[in-house]
Design a protein around this ligand. Structure first.
Ligand code: GAL
Length: 397
């Protein structure tokens, strides 16, 4: 409700010419954005060619048709500003408009990256003092998504006395709001993704500054320790997330590093339970059938993309075992049991806690990872979970 009001307020701040365009635009990110981002695999090496190839591979792998439509270029595309302050791309990206046309021609959308500071995290040109100019540039290229990474702005904030945390935070919020207004003014719909690692309880104010998603944590990496730590830390954040505005525990590492099949599934399932943006970050040219089947599993995606947009809550935790659940729009319930522990074959009768999940004895269960219908289920359902594995069920009356 509040974000709808803010959207209206923002609309009235627009000029008549772009007002009509913005008004006609459908609301953005009504379900968590899905796509692929260059950072986790390519980091600073990403080029125009890699993005074109990623576009092709998203189609041939079936990822686009499974819902992964945003193709996001992360940091290191930026060149220098000219005498008029207009930012140019660097040699790795000779023609961003042509690249956007290519990506759009494949039925995908193109995302880009910047910082409210004068420098990005990788030390490239940021948007400080050039917000409108940059937003206009993105719109002229046909950009559909902006990840806005605090980074260089931190040194700007730190010019204020460290004791003046309040002012520093105000400055940070204003910087995000400024870019959001600049985007609105272009009249081109762009998903606005805040990346400031969860500072200042960002989930409490990000929708007010136009955020469609906001990182809740520092950077992910392709180790199960980091992934499970981030996932578990999301407990309690469900109430801040919903259609148009999502908690973002960072991009997927599915298929990266040395993650096992069970770890990839646990990662994917947890992010789906969290109604997280699903931004794959793997090497698409080396997709294995196992990784493809995890990323494109229709049942896990349906949980993530459920229209109700209700993020999961943790309903049970004992040692390394946790149970999370979320209600779904058709009255079903998604329930996940995670074994974050190291025991090789973790086997014991833990109750499924169906009542706490909003389900009940006798509901039917569909096992997302095996694809099997388990029939009627009750709290005593016996199953085994190897180390780092999880059970993901869709329960229906
Ligand atoms: C980090 C950010 C990463 C990536 C990187 C690029 O601050 O969290 O996701 O964008 O900067 O330099």
């Amino acid at each position: 409700m509040r974000s709808a009001l803010l959207y209206l307020v923002a609309l009235f701040a627009l000029t008549p010419s772009n007002l009509a365009q913005a008004q006609s635009a459908a609301p953005l990110a009504t379900t968590p954005p899905m796509g692929w981002n260059s950072w986790n695999w390519f980091a600073t090496t990403v080029t125009d060619k890699d993005i074109r190839q990623a576009a092709d591979l998203m189609i041939s792998s079936g990822m686009r048709d499974a819902g992964y439509v945003y193709l996001n270029i992360d940091d290191t595309w930026e060149g220098q500003r000219d005498a008029q302050g207009v930012l140019h791309t660097n040699d790795k990206f000779p023609d961003m408009k042509a690249l956007a046309d290519y990506v759009h021609g494949k039925g995908l959308k193109l995302g880009i990256y910047s910082s409210p500071g004068n420098k990005t995290c990788a030390g490239f040109e940021g948007s400080l003092g050039h917000e409108q100019q940059d937003a206009d540039l993105y719109a002229s290229w046909g950009i559909d998504y902006l990840k806005y990474d605090l980074c260089g702005f931190r040194s700007y904030m730190n010019q204020l006395a460290p004791s003046d945390k309040l002012k520093q935070n105000e400055l940070m919020r204003a910087a995000y709001e400024k870019m959001h207004k600049a985007i609105l003014k272009t009249g081109r719909p762009m998903v606005f993704s805040l990346c400031q690692y969860g500072f200042d309880s960002v989930w409490q104010w990000a929708p007010e500054v136009g955020g469609n998603s906001w990182r809740t944590t520092g950077d992910i990496n392709p180790t199960f320790d980091r992934i499970s730590l981030i996932g578990r830390e999301q407990a309690g954040l469900a109430k801040f997330s919903g259609p148009g505005h999502w908690n973002d525990p960072d991009m997927l590492e599915v298929g990266n590093g040395k993650l096992t099949q069970d770890e990839n599934r646990t990662h994917m399932g947890m992010w789906a339970m969290l109604a997280s943006p699903l931004l794959a970050g793997n090497n698409l040219s080396k997709l294995t059938p196992e990784v493809t089947s995890i990323l494109t599993n229709r049942d896990v995606i349906a949980i993530d993309q459920d229209a109700l947009g209700k993020q999961a809550d943790r309903i049970y935790a004992e040692g390394p075992v946790e149970i999370w659940s979320r209600p779904l729009s058709n009255g079903d319930v998604a329930l996940a049991v995670f074994n974050f522990g190291e025991d090789e074959t973790f086997l014991r009768g833990i109750s499924l806690h169906l009542d706490q999940a909003g389900a009940a004895h006798g509901w039917k269960a569909h096992d997302v990872w095996s694809g099997r219908n388990l029939g009627k289920i009750d709290n005593d359902y016996k199953f085994s979970l190897p180390r780092h594995a999880s059970l993901l069920l869709r329960l229906s009356r």
